[in-house]
Design a protein around this ligand. Structure first.
Ligand code: ADP
Ligand code: MG
Length: 260
């Protein structure tokens, strides 16, 4: 893992929002190295900057300060057009409220990134078929979002996120609007994609879901306050239940205690 070039390298990232005469420091000196294929959860209180971080990693928002290298490219100086192209090729995004286009069918929603990328219809159909099956949406592909359950809508959103075969999947509270059962289905699907090599970063309020990730990041007030790779599974039959944080390189542990 440590030999691998970082898929994501973030240095000194800041994002501030002006609210009247108050400045909200939504990201306060974020430093991160993420290798291809990692499975990371981001947790923390509401307002701690989790969505702002995900939006920055997803190139949906531009930081005020700092560097963000994605697949070896410094993304901060990119033009809006370059950023859009980079987003299309490298990043899939799944939101809590699905963000599907209401007047398009499930199939058309998933097809949309390919349409925007100029992929011809025959090729689009070829790529869509196995994904629709895998998402269990064969019977529902021609339905509009309003005719689908929450779990099905989120599956469509995941289909759209992975159709361009982007190596990075970002999910902001992907199970936040789902019942336990459909939430578990969505998590299984995300973890299956991660097992096949996609980097998976999931923002969640759900402790149980957060603990499933191999690496768990905790944010408070716009800063990363812990970055934990210890093994959490308690194995009663052995002494394996010890802290295994030694694979964190010292230079990747951010020191972000608030200045006093
Ligand atoms: P989280 O996802 O952890 O709940 P957010 O990243 O959404 O937190 O927000 C972090 C802080 O930044 C909050 O104080 C929030 O109000 C503020 N914030 C986020 N986006 C904006 C925005 N577009 N305009 C003004 N303030 C914002
Ligand atoms: Mg949020």
């Amino acid at each position: 893992m440590t030999e691998q070039a970082a898929a994501i390298k973030v240095r000194g990232l800041h994002r501030r929002f002006q609210l009247g005469d108050q400045t909200v420091h939504a990201l306060n000196n974020i430093n991160l190295d993420i290798a291809q294929g990692e499975y990371i959860s981001v947790m923390g209180p509401s307002g701690s900057g989790k969505s702002t971080l995900l939006n920055a990693l997803g190139l949906l928002d531009i930081p005020d300060e700092g560097e963000y290298w994605l697949a070896g490219q410094n993304t901060v100086p990119m033009s809006e057009e370059e950023r859009a192209g980079y987003r299309r090729d490298h990043i899939g995004f799944v939101f809590q409220s699905y963000h599907l286009v209401p007047r398009l069918s499930a199939r058309e929603n998933m097809e949309l990134p390919m349409v925007l990328a100029g992929i011809p219809p025959a090729e689009r159909r070829k790529r869509l078929a196995p994904i629709i099956s895998r998402l269990g949406l064969d019977e529902r592909a021609d339905h509009k979002p309003e005719q689908l359950s929450g779990g099905q809508r989120q599956r469509v959103a995941i289909g759209r996120a992975i159709i361009m075969q982007a190596p990075l999947l970002l999910a902001d509270e992907p199970t936040g609007n789902l019942d336990t059962h459909s939430g578990a289905d969505v998590v299984d699907l995300l973890e299956e994609l991660n097992a096949q090599g996609m980097t998976l970063i999931v923002v969640t309020h759900d402790m149980a879901l957060g603990q499933r990730a191999r690496r768990r990041i905790r944010m408070v007030d716009g800063a990363i306050v812990s970055d934990d790779r210890s093994v959490v599974n308690v194995d009663a039959t052995s002494e394996n239940n010890i802290d295994k944080t030694t694979d964190i390189q010292p230079d990747t542990i951010p020191s972000q205690e608030p200045r006093s």
